[in-house]
Design a protein around this ligand. Structure first.
Ligand SMILES: NC(=O)c1ccc[n+]([C@@H]2O[C@H](COP(=O)([O-])OP(=O)(O)OC[C@H]3O[C@@H](n4cnc5c(N)ncnc54)[C@H](O)[C@@H]3O)[C@@H](O)[C@H]2O)c1
Length: 361
């Protein structure tokens, strides 16, 4: 393969628009085809972006496609991913990596013949989380001791036009929002070795609020309030609360505590929010200057980082191994809750390489 990595997108629903905005300004990538189970939707999106609409089978068979960008719903991630790898394509997929580690593990095994897997979230490669990481590694708050995450809302049915998948396995606040926070925690402190947790759900009736399906009931088949404690290999303790049950809160989204101060983290679902610190040496909240990460990033930067690594032969940051480790952490929260025990993890992953302050590849 020479030149840009030619991208075929499978699944052109709500999130695809954000990728289509970013892809043209990322080097090393060229959008060539789109496919969706909903062929009319694929045709409309293809016309807008002047690419070819294909069926999923045609896209996977196409010699024009080097890599599949899998933006389907969580329940389809593994099946579509396995087919893409079997067809001799690189794969980059939205989160979560899969529904369970048992069903997702074959993806990692299918990563043969030089074909790679990348996994969202790639927000952690932006200036927000990377500046926080740099501050932490520079010792601005001393040695890290713990972190606290509190992400909550009343539920995605308030804004998503087809929110059913958020309430099926692979959704819920943990599998939907958890990847942003857990991936950030692994980026900051390294792999997790032990997990504890407790989950619950209300019997609240949920209904779609916007779009053509408005008023339709949304069946709930996931836990909607999740609390977890993660022990990182280096000893840092992270507490994580994610919930679709909270109407109002004043809890900080994400903080990191060290022996010399506290970092107020950026929103890890965004690329370039600011980072603030309070330290013993500077004992008031102050914003940190941007010091690391891809500037001008957007959804798809992880794929561009992977394309660059394919060319150089280096390793890419938003890797399948990281996505799988994050999946195992999230799965372990449910096991810990159901079995009332602490779960030891079997997978591990190296802290992904830091991103120096640079323009998007
Ligand atoms: N919506 C968001 O704001 C958002 C943000 C970040 C990440 N994500 C993630 O992106 C993924 C997609 O979310 P969305 O909100 O775009 O969902 P969506 O339901 O709006 O779109 C999914 C699309 O995939 C298609 N699809 C489903 N199964 C398929 C299959 N087997 N083959 C081909 N096409 C298939 C559907 O027809 C639909 O067009 C999810 O994993 C979600 O967690 C969504």
């Amino acid at each position: 393969m020479g030149g840009a990595l030619r991208i075929g997108v499978i699944g052109v629903g709500t999130i695809s628009g954000q990728y289509f905005e970013t892809l043209p300004r990322l080097g090393g990538l060229e959008l060539v085809a789109v496919a969706d189970l909903d062929h009319a939707r694929a045709a409309a999106v293809a016309a807008e972006h002047r690419v070819t609409p294909l069926s999923v089978d045609e896209l996977l068979a196409s010699q024009e496609v080097d890599a599949v960008l899998n933006l389907t719903i969580p329940a389809a991630h593994v099946e579509v991913g396995l087919r893409a790898l079997a067809a001799g394509k690189h794969l980059y997929a939205e989160k979560p990596f899969g529904l369970t580690t048992a069903t997702a593990a074959p993806l990692l095994d299918a990563q043969v013949g030089g074909f790679r897997i990348g996994s969202a979230p790639d927000t952690v490669l932006g200036t927000g989380v990377q500046t926080a990481r740099r501050a932490l590694d520079d010792g601005i708050i001393g040695d890290p001791i713990g972190a606290a995450v509190h992400w909550s809302s009343s539920g995605h049915e308030s804004w998503h036009p087809a929110p059913a998948f958020y309430y099926q396995p692979g959704g819920g606040p943990l599998f939907d929002m958890g990847p942003y926070y857990v991936t950030s925690l692994v980026t900051l402190f390294g792999p997790v070795i032990r997990v504890s947790g407790l989950v619950s759900r209300s019997s609240r009736i949920r209904a779609v609020a916007t779009g053509p399906l408005a008023g339709n009931a949304v069946p709930v088949d996931v836990d909607t309030h999740v609390t977890a404690i993660l022990e990182h290999a280096g000893g840092v303790a992270s507490t994580v609360t994610v919930s679709f049950e909270v109407w109002a809160t004043k809890a900080p989204l994400f903080e990191v505590y060290g022996t010399q101060g506290t970092l107020l983290m950026p929103d890890p679902n965004r690329f370039s929010d600011t980072v603030s610190a309070w330290t013993i040496d500077q004992p008031e909240w102050h914003e940190l200057e941007v010091s690391a990460g891809y500037r001008n990033a957007g959804r798809g930067i992880g794929l561009a980082d992977m394309a660059a690594a394919i060319v150089t032969g280096g390793s890419h940051r938003a890797s399948g191994e990281l996505g799988f480790h994050v999946l195992e952490i999230m799965e372990a929260v449910g096991v810990a809750s159901a079995e009332r025990r602490i779960v030891e993890l079997t997978s591990t992953v190296a802290r992904p390489e830091a991103v120096p302050l640079s323009e998007a590849p």
